[in-house]
Design a protein around this ligand. Structure first.
Ligand code: AMP
Length: 295
């Protein structure tokens, strides 16, 4: 595995590979890697000649300094995991490489409601920072395919829109959420949970699965009210539990209102903020694709 810290070194290397006709797959991350991240690498390796992973804890997407300071950093373990997974290139830049003083990297894009709801409401500025860094990284790596997790469903929807608005010819590949045995979505933040919180946290998954099972029997509003009550009864602090249209991310009132629905939630478990989601209903074609990804 090659490790590059500076933009020009990485660009030079990727250009030489492109000239040999090699295709590039890219998985951007913030490190503290786990099997969820590695699943992106594995998919990229199946579909692309060169797999690039970046590790960059992007300061512009953190709306709280404390969250940025506490974000887990495990570089040695990350390098080991990526090498074992067969990653070709690791890009590990510093803040000055991604945001040089003489370069305007901020984006002025109108995402409509996509960046205002859910995470957008609770983490002001988060998606502007996320879009800024993904756009900057895409400009450096110029991959054919970009691998991102369904775990961050709203993020993925916004990146898809960003690719369209900026006419970026990269294909976005949605990778299924990888979960622990009890259903908890893998997340870099999970290591900050106490053992007790960790064992209770699977409630989030169970409520999403219950939403899927009760769809049609109960209204979205009933399912939402029940989920919020159960999360609070457990001592968690839910920020939202929404059932939304999978394209617009706007809440739905009835289950036959849309052919594509996703339940999304953000919950404070102690002082750790966890997000998760589950597709409740999706158009035929996407279902086939999901099964293929899971195979
Ligand atoms: P992060 O390091 O949290 O910014 O995540 C980097 C990428 O990994 C994003 O595209 C995430 O959606 C994806 N990811 C994180 N956790 C998981 C998971 N449990 N399953 C699948 N993808 C994930």
């Amino acid at each position: 595995m090659f490790l590059f810290k500076h933009v020009n070194d990485l660009r030079r290397y990727l250009q030489s590979e492109r000239e040999k006709g090699k295709t590039i797959g890219f998985a951007p991350t913030m490190g503290a890697l786990h099997q969820g991240h590695i699943s992106l690498i594995q998919l990229s390796r199946q579909e692309s000649d060169i797999t690039v992973c970046s590790i960059f804890v992007n300061p512009t997407q953190f709306n709280e300094q404390n969250d940025l300071d506490k974000y887990p950093r495990t570089p040695e373990m990350d390098i080991e995991l990526l090498a074992v997974a067969g990653t070709d290139v690791l890009f590990f830049p510093g803040v000055e490489d991604i945001y040089p003083a003489n370069l305007e990297t901020r984006l002025q894009l109108d995402f409509g409601s996509l960046d205002k709801v859910m995470e957008g409401g609770f983490r002001p500025g988060h998606f502007a920072g996320m879009a800024q860094v993904v756009n900057r990284l895409l400009g450096i790596v110029e991959p054919q395919k970009l691998y991102m997790g369904q775990k961050d469903y709203q993020q993925l929807t916004i990146v898809r829109r960003m690719l369209e608005l900026n006419h970026i010819p990269t294909e976005l590949v949605m990778c299924p959420t990888v979960r622990e045995e009890d259903g908890l979505a893998m997340s870099s933040r999970n290591i900050r949970l106490s053992p007790e919180e960790r064992s209770q946290a699977s409630l989030i998954y169970r409520l999403l699965a219950e939403a899927r099972d009760l769809m049609g029997e109960k209204t979205p509003a009933d399912i939402q009210a029940n989920a919020l009550a159960q999360l609070k009864a457990q001592g968690f602090r839910p920020e939202y539990f929404e059932i939304v249209d999978g394209r617009t991310l706007l809440p739905v009132q009835l289950f036959d209102e849309s052919d594509f629905m996703v339940a999304c939630t953000a919950v404070w478990v102690g002082n750790v903020r966890l997000i998760d989601n589950m597709v409740l209903k999706q158009p035929e074609m996407q279902e086939e694709q999901t099964q293929e990804w899971e195979a």
